[in-house]
Design a protein around this ligand. Structure first.
Ligand SMILES: *[C@@H]1O[C@H](CO)[C@@H](O)[C@H](O)[C@H]1NC(C)=O
Ligand SMILES: *[C@@H]1O[C@H](CO)[C@@H](O)[C@H](O)[C@H]1NC(C)=O
Ligand SMILES: *[C@@H]1O[C@H](CO)[C@@H](O)[C@H](O)[C@H]1NC(C)=O
Ligand SMILES: *[C@@H]1O[C@H](CO)[C@@H](O)[C@H](O)[C@H]1NC(C)=O
Ligand SMILES: *[C@@H]1O[C@H](CO)[C@@H](O)[C@H](O)[C@H]1NC(C)=O
Ligand SMILES: *[C@@H]1O[C@H](CO)[C@@H](O)[C@H](O)[C@H]1NC(C)=O
Ligand SMILES: *[C@@H]1O[C@H](CO)[C@@H](O)[C@H](O)[C@H]1NC(C)=O
Ligand SMILES: *[C@@H]1O[C@H](CO)[C@@H](O)[C@H](O)[C@H]1NC(C)=O
Length: 771
């Protein structure tokens, strides 16, 4: 048997290769980063909205009061039915005027991709109307937006969007509406070199223009916190997440981005002489999300403020996505920061000395009173300081020059909640769900560059990826995520369209085991109906075990009746075993004995062959290769069946959760092989030639063979099996003496060491291709 020979030849080098193989499979070192299920596009059944010729659906506003989802796209705003976004209520075109387009082109921008109107801001105002802003060919404009008589109309008064909406459609920005006050972080000029954090009313306030305050920032996310407990102190705050270039040698070298969180007090009205109409409360601090083996800090991609409505705001958490600033192919991570840690840093931390040369370095931390950057509190008011304009000069000067806190804010648990290789994370949103056990769990929905959505549950520091859903057919980044706790739906925007899916699709789990092991807080097993159902919609007692993933309370599943399969002798047979989970491993048994090795070898052959088929496009292939390999494991291939292959075949799935192994029989086949007239000799010959020609091997000289004799053979066998199973048989470090053979395995020089062999697609006679 060819494979047996291959097996023997490979023994020595597999052992030597072990460290190499381990580094190749590094991705698996991030435990818990494999989604339990991958749901392909055709199984998702999302409601989709898009319109011909319209792209960039990247702004959203949920109006539960009107049962509407408002979507801002390129030159258009839509109002869609919140329950089913395929039902469009109305649309509003908002194109640039030709003269604006011409002006923009004259200034050197691209007519089609840049000098258009990209809708960037959609907020609800206090009176129920909305504010909409667009880039308007690098001349941002804002106006009111009304929804009445089931249609959208634009207010006639156009105002400048400078300092509110970005000029450049490709630039990230952040904004929020507080009552009628718009807070916005964006660049406020055509050249894109004046970053600003503004509040447009009641008084227009912005930041001091200094790279000490904002140094080539990329704005990401903004959130408000109602920290005012007495309703007398103006303690409510606005938080801003962004990345900026580090200044000076105090941090890293030049042009290294650092992730920051900044905050201002809502009550800030600016100073009187110093910092007139500028923030007097702008303070920022560095965030740390420690991803192993990363030389440079990870930067923020998105953030989300999550608060439990039943708990005090001090328990709120920021969920923040980080990516590498070097290479998008590096792992991405989620770090969680308690609001309290951030507040504590700003309220009690030390300030970093200014790095400006024209300001004398002050090493002493003689912090003036009132504390620089603090909101005006009772204590200050007792001193007669009623508003920020009353602040003394030394407090204002101090905060003007030293807006940066000296220490870094570390994430909850001092480590990322989740690190994952593969598609880079782009957006995050968090929902809160009360489970059957009476406890509430946080579920993260994370969008990726590839148009997939991850559903991850946060078990207070342990992340578990329930599923990865391929929401969009083509590979394109997810640009916006929102959800409605009213409709229990998730709305996802990309360049090509908007998709809507329910927060939970429990029916995808077909058995109690599958339902419970998914550890989805939204889902539970209804024993009476024999269905996995949404907990919220059910009045019955459901089986659910989130923390443990314990399936012992599941009813006994009905025994599987074997499928009878009969084939002719000499034919190939593929037995399938659809795995319920990516975390499960299959093993095959024949006649009740675990002929695991046989199963694995057959499967290896299967895999080698399939890999050669260029079934997927280049990019898709790279990203999906791992998934594909997993999927190929769910088959058993019997080649050229003979009588000895008869018997009962069982496919078992073993899934570990919390170190308990759950085994289920997924499929059973009763295979019989019918004797037949022998295949004509001519045909046999062709078959023979094909098999003879199917291996391409790299062989090293006879070095290393003695190792085989000196090492305990048993460990080698174990390692070999493991390597076979992983499908990695590389041998690149045999730099010397490696020759390429294209041959049948019987023809290999017997005293050489085989490093890697792969099946060939070609079908030419052996003599031609042997080297
Ligand atoms: C949404 O509406 C479309 C057409 O009106 C319909 O075909 C589809 O089934 C609806 N989807 C849901 C989830 O209700
Ligand atoms: C709404 O529509 C009705 C009838 O079509 C019309 O009489 C009314 O003036 C409209 N109202 C507004 C605010 O446009
Ligand atoms: C708009 O969408 C197109 C693809 O349809 C994309 O190439 C472009 O980068 C998008 N522009 C912005 C500003 O997002
Ligand atoms: C601050 O407000 C108090 C009462 O509200 C007032 O008596 C006091 O004069 C104010 N101080 C300043 C500096 O305006
Ligand atoms: C094998 O023989 C059985 C019984 O004679 C028959 O039912 C079955 O169809 C045969 N299988 C094939 C593949 O022809
Ligand atoms: C069985 O599979 C082998 C290898 O894939 C192939 O060469 C052979 O032609 C197949 N035999 C039949 C009868 O399909
Ligand atoms: C396998 O085991 C089951 C029960 O353990 C038994 O009923 C069945 O006959 C066995 N099958 C064979 C082929 O031994
Ligand atoms: C499995 O059992 C069947 C009968 O139950 C027998 O015909 C077959 O030869 C057995 N196969 C092996 C590999 O033992």
């Amino acid at each position: 048997m060819n494979l047996l020979l291959l097996l023997l030849l490979l023994l020595p080098c597999v052992f030597l290769l072990l460290p190499l193989v381990v580094t190749l499979r590094d991705s698996h070192s991030f435990l818990g980063s494999v989604p339990r299920k991958f749901v392909p596009f055709n199984e998702v059944q999302a409601a989709v909205f898009n319109e011909d010729g319209v792209t960039n659906y990247s702004t959203m506003l949920i109006r539960e009061d009107l049962a509407l989802l408002l979507v801002g796209a390129k030159e258009a705003v839509y109002s869609l039915d919140l329950n089913n976004i395929t039902r469009k209520q109305s649309s509003l075109k908002w194109p640039v005027r030709p003269v604006e387009n011409k002006l923009c082109v004259l200034k050197g921008r691209h007519s089609v991709s840049e000098c258009r109107n990209y809708v960037k801001i959609l907020h609800k105002k206090e009176n129920g109307n909305m504010l909409v802003c667009g880039t308007n060919a690098f001349d941002p404009k804002c106006c009111d937006l009304y929804f009445s008589n089931r249609s959208l109309t634009r207010g006639s008064r156009m105002e400048s969007g400078r300092g509110k909406s970005p000029f450049d459609p490709a630039q990230r920005h952040a904004s929020l509406m507080d009552g009628n006050n718009l807070y916005s972080a964006t660049y406020e000029n055509f050249q894109g070199n004046k970053p600003t954090l503004t509040r447009s009313s009641p008084d227009f306030i912005k930041n001091e223009e200094s790279n000490n305050v904002l140094n080539e920032p990329t704005f990401v996310y903004m959130a408000q916190m109602p920290e005012d407990e007495t309703n007398q102190e103006n303690d409510d705050k606005v938080y801003l997440f962004f990345n900026e270039n580090a200044l000076g040698q105090c941090e890293f070298y030049q042009k290294v981005a650092v992730p920051r969180v900044a905050r201002v007090c809502k009550g800030d009205l600016g100073g009187r002489k110093i910092l007139y109409k500028k923030w007097t409360t702008f303070l920022k601090a560095t965030l740390d999300c420690p991803v192993p083996r990363s030389p440079l800090p990870y930067i923020i991609q998105d953030a989300y403020l999550w608060c439990d409505p039943k708990l005090h705001w001090r328990n709120c958490l920021f969920y923040v996505i980080f990516t590498s600033q070097i290479d998008k192919s590096h792992p991405t991570a989620v770090c969680v920061y308690p609001v309290l840690d951030i507040i504590t840093m700003f309220e009690t931390g030390t300030y970093r000395p200014s790095v400006h040369r024209d300001i004398p370095l002050m090493y002493s931390q003689n912090i003036p009173f009132p504390r620089p950057g603090a909101c005006i509190n009772n204590e200050a008011q007792k001193m007669g300081i009623n508003q920020s304009a009353d602040l003394p000069d030394n407090t204002l000067l101090f905060v003007k020059n030293r807006p940066l806190m000296d220490h870094t804010i570390h994430p909850r648990g001092e480590k990322p909640l989740l690190i994952r290789e593969g598609a880079t994370f782009t957006r995050i949103i968090v929902n809160h769900v009360s489970a059957n056990d009476g406890q509430a769990y946080n579920v993260m929905f994370i969008g990726t560059e590839d148009g997939t959505l991850l559903k991850v549950v946060d078990f207070g520091g342990e992340a578990f990826i329930i599923e990865e859903i391929q929401l969009f057919q083509q590979i394109e980044p997810i640009k916006i995520l929102t959800l409605s706790s009213f409709t229990h739906q998730l709305y996802v925007g990309s360049d090509s369209g908007v998709a809507q899916i329910p927060l939970a699709s429990c029916e995808r789990a077909s058995s109690c085991l599958d339902c419970v092991l998914s550890r989805d807080p939204y889902c539970g097993w209804d024993g009476a109906d024999g269905k996995c159902v949404v907990v919220l919609n059910s009045q019955r007692k459901l089986v659910q075990s989130l923390k443990e993933g314990n399936v012992f309370s599941c009813p006994n599943s009905e025994p599987i009746t074997p499928v009878t399969v009969s084939i002719w002798e000499g034919q190939n047979l593929t037995l399938s075993c659809p795995l319920p989970s990516n975390l499960a491993k299959t093993s095959w048994r024949r006649n009740n004995s675990s002929g695991i090795l046989i199963g694995r070898l057959h499967r290896l052959e299967d895999r080698l062959e399939d890999r050669l088929e260029d079934r997927l496009e280049d990019r898709l292939e790279d990203r999906l290769e791992d998934r594909l390999e997993d999927r190929l494991e769910d088959r058993l291939l019997i080649l050229e069946a003979s009588e000895s292959d008869e018997g009962l075949y069982q496919c078992l799935s073993v899934e570990h959760q919390k170190s308990v192994a759950y085994t289920t029989t997924v499929a059973e086949y009763e295979v019989t092989v019918n004797k037949t007239i022998p295949i004509q000799t001519e045909k046999k010959q062709i078959l023979k030639e094909f098999t003879v020609e199917t291996y391409e091997c790299q062989l090293a000289g006879d070095a290393g063979v003695h190792i085989l004799l000196t090492l305990p053979t048993i460990s080698l066998v174990i390692l070999l099996i493991w390597n076979f199973y992983k499908g990695h048989l590389p041998c690149t470090f045999w730099k010397k003496n490696v020759k390429l053979y294209r041959t049948s395995l019987e023809e290999l020089p017997t005293n050489s060491v085989c490093c890697s062999c792969s099946r060939r697609k070609g079908n030419k006679p052996m003599q031609e291709s042997a080297l």
